[in-house]
Design a binder for this molecule. Structure first.
Ligand code: ADP
Ligand code: ZN
Length: 206
């Protein structure tokens, strides 16, 4: 008899999935590039199709966190704040078909295994996140999530200085911290030419 998962005998969990494979989608880009809009659009379509959807975002600190994800253009979707990837996994209900994750760059590295496990269990997992930090460096765990994803969407903003395609999040205030929450007024979208990998003055619109 041919062993069903002979190609991957080390991954016990795959033997338990009920025949239907899930997959991983990653939406990555700079700030203001439309990641949250695109995530919310996909989640809304899944809900219209009566699929069971659960959405998570990282709780960055212990303070109160609103139970929704929001785009800069005002689109919102209900979401649960979680501290860790482990907590995210523990919240998943068995009959959930679509798992949405926003701000993927703020999760710990365990999110890679968690996302793989959910897809192995037959779920469609959609992760949105910043692929580079304010210095233009790859923002873990997004590079790892991009490598395990079946589908990748790269989103772009418009450079506020020159109007070209923007791939960078320019910090417009002094700080060496990698994580500085809040976007408007603190960051702006810039292209490769206009981006400088440290704080710059905000663009003044005439
Ligand atoms: P992200 O999640 O990537 O930060 P959002 O989905 O929250 O992006 O927001 C995208 C929206 O941001 C756009 O539809 C637009 O209304 C607004 N926006 C503000 N500044 C820019 C910019 N420089 N380029 C493109 N969109 C911008
Ligand atoms: Zn530019």
């Amino acid at each position: 008899m041919v062993e069903e998962f002979a190609f991957d005998s080390t991954t016990e969990r795959r033997k338990h999935r009920n025949g239907r494979a899930g997959w991983v989608e990653v939406i990555a880009g700079s700030m203001f590039s439309g990641k949250s809009e695109e995530l919310i659009r996909r989640l809304n379509r899944a809900r219209i199709a009566r699929q069971k959807v659960q959405v998570f975002k990282p709780r960055i600190d212990d303070r109160y966190s609103v139970e929704e994800i929001a785009s800069h253009s005002g689109m919102t979707h209900i979401s649960k704040p979680v501290m860790t990837a482990k907590e995210l996994l523990s919240q998943i209900e068995e009959d959930t078909e679509v798992v949405g994750i926003d701000e993927g760059q703020f999760f710990d590295m365990e999110v890679i295994d968690a996302v793989n496990e959910l897809a192995d269990r037959g779920k469609r997992v959609i992760v949105a996140g910043l692929d580079q930090d304010y210095m233009g460096k790859p923002f873990e765990p997004m590079p790892q999530l991009l490598s395990i994803a079946e589908y990748i969407t790269k989103t772009h903003a418009i450079c506020v200085k020159c109007g070209q395609t923007a791939n960078y999040s320019q910090r417009t205030f002094e700080s060496e911290e990698r994580v500085e929450v809040g976007a408007t007024g603190k960051y702006e979208a810039r292209c490769r030419t206009c981006f400088i990998p440290h704080a710059d003055k905000p663009t003044v619109h005439e």
